[in-house]
Design a protein around this ligand. Structure first.
Ligand code: SF4
Ligand code: SF4
Length: 399
């Protein structure tokens, strides 16, 4: 007899640890002030369209694939809203019992609010750390900052968290969360469901499955109720009650309303599943390729054509160029410029040092000796491991 409740609580604990770790280890974090997106430890710049595109599409199709295959298991096992809602309900109930036993009944509510207030500050801190550097956030928290945008956001999220987990809780899932409605569109006849099956009329009407349901529904009425989060609490309850009568439980995870029971059977496959998996693999492959071929040093060089060329006092012919550099890597970098395939070229740009995350812009001249007669010469500028094709303009006649 499976114990889904125990498994779910273990998964909740793991998810909580991951929720805490992700922003601090830069596994997934969107740094709004610095306009950076962190994924799997890589610092991505918002301008890195290809990597950001593949990352977002991969995450989107991961959610879609999960919904097609496993229905709303995400809601019951992985969703932070559900995890913290259940934790707050459990905390309130335990405090009430604890205080009642000692004759301090009214103190239970006050104790609950105090603990929830502290937890709200902590959760809001972790949540905002997904968007603001954690070190910066600690300073704002310690200085009780409620004037800057970050401070106001932190205070607002703290209040919303407190109200959410004291008043709203699982009502959010049916009233506001779009995922449940999305699931209705993504699921099909083979998607995982929690289903009541009683062909032999063995139900003893104990209603324990209804009493344990965190969403307050009766799974016996339909497996397609929008409130059902596939948490399997009703499966455990029915298994336990009927086991006392030496009968099997009547509620199961199944592969679709008319499909086999999930335990011991594989999910039936169809074209839709193959396509979803192929699309997911495509985006995973694209993301891997984009990350593997990504240059940590961004080099952009363009000619300044406000003036096509300039003849210097020394008689040399000068062209001006603009550069834009960005060090997207985790270690410092130095960029030196050189010109190739341009006879006699001299370059006026000094080497540029860039700390991790730093950008720089500037200009430099390239000059060639007098006597050059070609109007346009194609050549290459080498900088920071990049080779940039460029053109050099000169008067068509001898200067
Ligand atoms: S727990 Fe099982 S036996 Fe009891 S009411 Fe629910 S389905 Fe029927
Ligand atoms: S009906 Fe069962 S699976 Fe659905 S939410 Fe209630 S307890 Fe969880």
């Amino acid at each position: 007899m499976a114990n889904w409740h125990r498994l779910r609580k273990r998964v909740h604990l793991l998810c909580f640890a991951i929720f805490l770790a992700l922003p601090f280890l830069n596994v997934v974090r969107f740094d709004i002030p610095r306009e950076r997106f962190y994924f799997a430890g890589q610092e991505l710049w918002i301008g890195e369209f290809v990597v950001v595109f593949f990352t977002l599409m991969f995450l989107l199709f991961l959610v879609i694939a999960f919904s097609v295959f496993y229905g709303r298991v995400y809601c019951g096992y992985l969703c932070p809203q559900m995890i913290f809602s259940e934790a707050s309900v459990a905390l309130e109930s335990r405090l009430r019992k604890f205080c009642m036993r000692r004759g301090y009944g009214p103190a239970a509510r006050a104790a609950f609010y105090v603990i929830l207030a502290a937890a709200s500050v902590f959760l809001a801190f972790v949540f905002i750390a997904y968007f603001v550097p954690p070190r910066d956030l600690i300073h704002r928290l310690l200085s009780l900052d409620v004037r800057t945008a970050g401070g106001i956001a932190g205070a607002t999220v703290t209040v919303l968290t407190f109200l959410d987990f004291s008043l709203v809780r699982q009502r959010f899932c049916t009233a506001a969360c779009p995922y449940g409605y999305l699931q209705g569109m993504l699921g099909d006849r083979h998607t995982l469901l929690v289903h009541y099956r009683d062909p032999e009329h063995a139900c003893i009407e104990c209603k324990k499955c209804v009493r344990v349901c965190p969403m307050g529904i009766d799974i016996r009425q339909s497996p397609f109720q929008i409130e059902c989060i596939h948490c399997a609490e009703c499966i455990d309850a029915c298994d336990e009650i009927l086991a006392r009568l030496k009968k099997p439980g009547l509620i199961h995870y199944v592969w679709g309303e008319h499909g086999p029971v999930a335990a011991g059977h594989r999910q039936p496959w169809d074209a839709k599943r193959v396509i979803v998996l192929l699309v997911l693999l495509f985006y995973a492959g694209g993301l891997t390729f984009a990350l593997a071929t990504r240059h940590p040093l961004l080099v952009r060089i363009s000619p300044d054509r406000e003036k096509l060329y300039r003849i210097g006092a020394d008689g040399r012919i000068y062209n001006r160029f603009r550069y834009s550099l960005a060090n997207r890597g985790s270690s410092p970098a130095a960029v030196a410029f050189s010109a190739r395939d341009l006879p006699g070229a001299q370059i006026s740009a000094p080497a540029v040092s860039l700390a991790s995350g730093q950008s720089a812009r500037g200009e430099f001249d390239i000059s060639i000796p007098p006597g050059h007669t070609a109007l346009v010469t194609h050549f290459t500028i080498d900088a920071g491991g990049e080779s940039v094709p460029m053109t050099f303009l000169a008067p068509s006649e001898k200067p």
